[in-house]
Design a protein. Structure first.
Length: 277
């Protein structure tokens, strides 16, 4: 019997990670410390493994169609702003895969994740391996100063936890992402996401039990695993906003981003001919 002590981690990694993923990750400049991690826990080997699995889901399970990838800058800071849905953050994972495998310039897009996701078994480690970071303004500011690409869902749990009957209805946006974009002179690339609403449709929210368990929501869903809905990603053109606006003007600018997201969502809804086929 082969002893676990004799297993070579590097050889095991090579077997699990396809050469194209190795090449992609090698082409993404990402400084890490002497122990192989960046300040937010990113590790290249873990990212390779996570990306290999997520790429299979992207290609074969959710069969993602992505348009407008040329609108993601090949370098420099950028905020990828999307609509949120699906109970679990598969939308963030798929947007991250699209950015990382973009032939026009692969990017490691860091997703701002809700504080409760790392408490879910296996999910927290997986999101961290894919570059996920707790959605905190301080974290986001520091990463923008380091010219990172960041995925933000301004609806937060209002979007991810909404019921299926409210699908594709944008919930209230926070203004924080707009302040970050203005203060750090960062372009916003909106991304309309269609299909993730159907990966885990919530019939109702067991709110009393959720409060008892300390969760933001606890949906009643037809399956504990995401359903294989086709997903469409439409990346819009970069939007720039100058600093110096008052809060009423900031809110108006947020509405401009929401309007563009609605347009991109409608494009995806018009394009798809079937949900699960």
């Amino acid at each position: 019997m082969l002893s676990l002590a004799k297993l070579d981690p590097q050889k095991a990694l090579e077997r699990l990670v396809p050469p194209e993923i190795e090449h992609l990750v090698a082409s993404i400049p990402k400084p890490v410390g002497s122990f192989g991690y960046d300040p937010w826990g990113y590790n290249e080997d873990r990212f390779k493994l996570a990306l290999a699995g997520a790429k299979w889901l992207y290609d074969h399970y959710f069969r993602v169609t992505a348009h407008g990838l040329e609108n993601i800058p090949a370098e420099g800071r950028v905020l990828l702003i999307g609509n949120h849905s699906g109970q679990l953050p598969m939308d963030g994972v798929l947007v991250g895969v699209a950015a990382a495998t973009n032939e026009l310039g692969p990017r490691l897009a860091r997703a701002m994740i809700e504080r409760f996701f790392p408490t879910v078994p296996w999910l927290g480690n997986y999101l961290n391996a894919l570059g996920g970071v707790i959605g905190d303004p301080v974290n986001c500011s520091k990463m923008l100063e380091m010219e990172e690409a960041i995925i933000v869902f301004p609806e937060g749990v209002r979007g991810s936890g909404k019921l299926y009957k409210h699908r594709y209805q944008l919930q209230r946006f926070g203004n924080g992402f707009m302040h970050l974009a203005m203060n750090h002179k960062t372009p916003i690339v909106p991304v309309g996401i269609v299909g993730c609403e159907e990966t885990m449709p919530a019939l109702t929210n067991l709110a009393p039990l959720a409060r008892l368990l300390g969760l933001p929501y606890l949906p009643l869903v037809p399956s504990l695993l995401p359903l294989p809905a086709r997903v469409y990603l439409n990346f819009g053109e970069p939007m720039w906003f100058e600093p110096g606006a008052n809060e009423a003007e900031v809110t108006q600018r947020v509405e401009e981003v929401k309007a563009e997201l609605r347009r991109l969502i409608d494009l995806g809804l018009q394009e798809r001919t079937s949900i699960y086929r």
